[in-house]
Design a protein around this ligand. Sequence first.
Ligand code: PRP
Length: 211
Amino acid sequence: MKPLRIALTKGRLEKDTVALLERIGFDCTAVHEKGRKLILPVGDTFEVVLAKAADVITYVEHGVCDLGVVGKDTILESRGGFYELLDLGFGKCRFALAGPVGKDFFSGYHTRTIASKYPKVARAYFEKKDMDVRIIKIEGSVELAPLLGLSDAIVDIVETGTTLKENGLEVLDIICPISARLICNAASLKLRKQEIERLVSQMEHAKEETK
Ligand code: PRP
């Protein structure tokens, strides 16, 4: 049988996932010694694919990877053509609405402008609040937008809060918690059910052990 192909979000989630796989007992030597290689074997069981967060979802949706590890932030912004199997418990942070310290964002009736790397999440949040906003998509360092006068506030990820603090911004509202999730292609879940269920249960146990 072909190894199961699992796409990992490069960077911190990759490191945390490799640590989890090692706790289960998988040999991740090839991943540690990867150099610039992007597809690495983990024993005979898996093939690890290293990709950017949004691409992890694309590869899983299209079925060229069976599984993926990606943040809930990227999942919420996607179309969701895959299954979410497990909250891995790492990569914890939150989505927040943030704006300049001391400014009363919610008062008045004018249409606010919001900058975000996550327009879908931002739109859903303001629709729930029944607030009419203009959303501008920004690719990174979203904190710049209110500082430069482009937006009244931002919807972004907050982890330690340092970026906000060092740029004179503060959390106005917490939108939802975020953590890394194991996702799965729908056809893979049917065709390789046993292997995938075994991995999910191993991950659940290894995750519990570190609590
Ligand atoms: C994320 C996020 C914030 C920052 C929050 O950015 O968009 O800017 O981290 O972390 P903190 O609360 O610990 O300061 P990232 O570093 O991923 O870069 P980006 O903004 O360019 O996407």
